[in-house]
Design a protein around this ligand. Structure first.
Ligand code: PHE
Length: 464
């Protein structure tokens, strides 16, 4: 087994693949949509806070696990012998499966936008009406199918190297486009209100106050940290960094021992954060400058897809507008593809290892099953939002929680592994404190918040 194992030719190869997995719809579609849905800056602040407190430590934990075992997630987790955590690998599969089922629907919208940008239709349509006409139904199913077919093709034939290399070109291009739009948005009258919404939090959003009334006898108010906002921000941290479902374990399993894991995780996390942050700097000023708040609030899921065509339409030159929006959606589509490949790879490699199927049938079978499971999301936006909440928030956090416990408390040799290649040994202590004492209780509290909220919703649904 061991000899035949591939490893990254260069350190850059690994970073590119990890960044390729991290940067995707999570940064450009999901981050602005969640920020809009959760009232703006408060969400952004919680997200930055959790990125440092939880995201980076968990990423380091995944790297330790991947590099030390040099195996796919289930095998990495079942190596420990007396403590068999292999079952966690199945949770990863379920999560990857669930996320990709709707992720591919959104990526399918990007394909449709790309084609219609090329054909000029996008620049001639009303952005909100256009989005509503394509987001669900036959076409949405068709483009979802197309996207899944391409993703499956890549995983099936193992030509991942090529698409990893394309990250080198793609991400800088995307950054230039987003930055260009952000600068242009800045120059538009009325854009200032966008920065206020995005960057200056109202203190009230950080806390929740409840009025408690005890049998009419006494009344008082209780103030808590806004756990529900924190839980959404934590979910986004996991999603955007591709954590909590084994993708980073898989990628780091090809890593050599002289890599500084803490350093690499910082590079990946912060460059990923930079792209999300920039997307916000592009979207929110545009929303305010062109009064799109209402169009968006009806469909927060469409935040990106309504805002971007509107901005390009304002450029005034049909050909330029069409060409630039075409490039934008091509980049978005490809960024989604590099992430989708990492999602499908986890599902596929687990099937290969656990039930001994070959790569081709494993990839084709899971690709097809994910396509079928995604059809409801291509028919109903409500379903899409729910799937995003359950697989994209809850299951990822659950996976991250269990992994923190495993690497922090149970796994043997975790600290020794971290030390290899490390340039600053002082970083070990803060990481240890975070992964053992901060991450597990914090995630547990947030998981409980989620469970509570979902039960309330279910309760309301059955007419309670
Ligand atoms: N991080 C990817 C994105 O932001 C999505 C993803 C989530 C990929 C989980 C792998 C695992 O688009």
């Amino acid at each position: 087994m061991e000899e035949g194992r591939e490893s990254w030719g260069t350190r850059v190869g690994f970073i590119l693949a990890a960044v390729g997995s991290a940067v995707g719809l999570g940064n450009i579609w999901r981050f602005p949509y969640l920020t809009a849905k959760n009232g703006g800056a408060g969400f952004v602040f919680f997200y930055i806070f959790l990125l440092i407190l939880i995201g980076i430590p968990v990423m380091i934990a995944e790297f330790i696990l991947g590099r030390s075992s040099r195996r796919s997630p289930v095998q990495a987790l079942s190596q420990a012998g007396e403590n068999n955590w292999g079952g966690l690998g199945y949770l990863f599969v379920l999560t990857g499966f669930g996320i990709l089922s709707y992720y591919s629907v959104v990526a399918g919208w990007a394909i449709k936008y790309t084609l219609d940008a090329l054909g000029g239709i996008l620049m001639q349509s009303d952005p909100q009406k256009y989005f509503e006409s394509i987001n669900t139904g036959g076409e949405a199913v068709f483009y979802h199918l197309l996207f899944m077919a391409v993703t499956t093709g890549i995983v099936l034939s193992g030509v991942k190297k090529g698409i990893e290399r394309s990250v080198k070109l793609l991400i800088p291009l995307l950054v230039v486009l987003i930055a260009g739009l952000a600068i242009w948005a800045f120059s538009q009258p009325g854009s200032l209100a966008g920065y206020a919404f995005y960057l200056s939090p109202d203190f009230d959003v950080f806390i929740n106050t409840y009025q408690v009334n005890i049998f009419g006898l006494s009344e008082f108010s209780l103030t808590f940290l806004n756990l529900s906002l924190l839980a959404s921000a934590a979910g986004q941290t996991f999603f955007t960094l591709s954590l909590g479902m084994g993708a980073m374990i898989t990628y780091s399993s090809y890593l050599s021992s002289d890599e500084d894991l803490i350093h690499e995780s910082m590079i990946i996390s912060f460059s990923n954060f930079g792209i999300s942050f920039l997307s916000g700097l592009m979207i929110f000023p545009i929303i305010k400058a062109f009064n799109l708040s209402e169009a968006i609030s009806e469909s927060t899921l469409g935040t990106l897809f309504i805002t971007i065509p509107k901005a390009f339409q304002q450029l005034g030159n049909f050909y330029w507008s069409s060409a630039l929006s075409f490039i934008f959606f091509v980049c978005l589509m490809l960024a989604a593809l590099t992430s989708a490949v990492s999602l499908l790879e986890v599902v596929t490699s687990t099937l290969m290892d656990e039930i001994n199927v070959k790569r081709k049938p494993a990839a084709a079978g899971s690709g097809l099953a994910i396509f079928l499971a995604g059809i409801p999301a291509a028919i109903s936006m409500k379903w899409l939002a729910k799937a995003d909440q359950i697989a994209g928030h809850f299951l990822l956090m659950l996976g991250g929680f269990l992994m923190a416990i495993y690497v922090g408390w149970i796994m043997k040799g975790a600290f020794k592994e971290l030390k290899k290649g490390l340039k600053t040994e002082e970083a070990i202590l803060p990481w240890t404190i975070l992964i053992r004492y901060i991450v597990p209780p914090a995630l547990l509290a947030l998981l409980c918040t989620f469970t509570w909220e979902i039960s309330l919703e279910l309760w309301a649904l059955i007419g309670g």
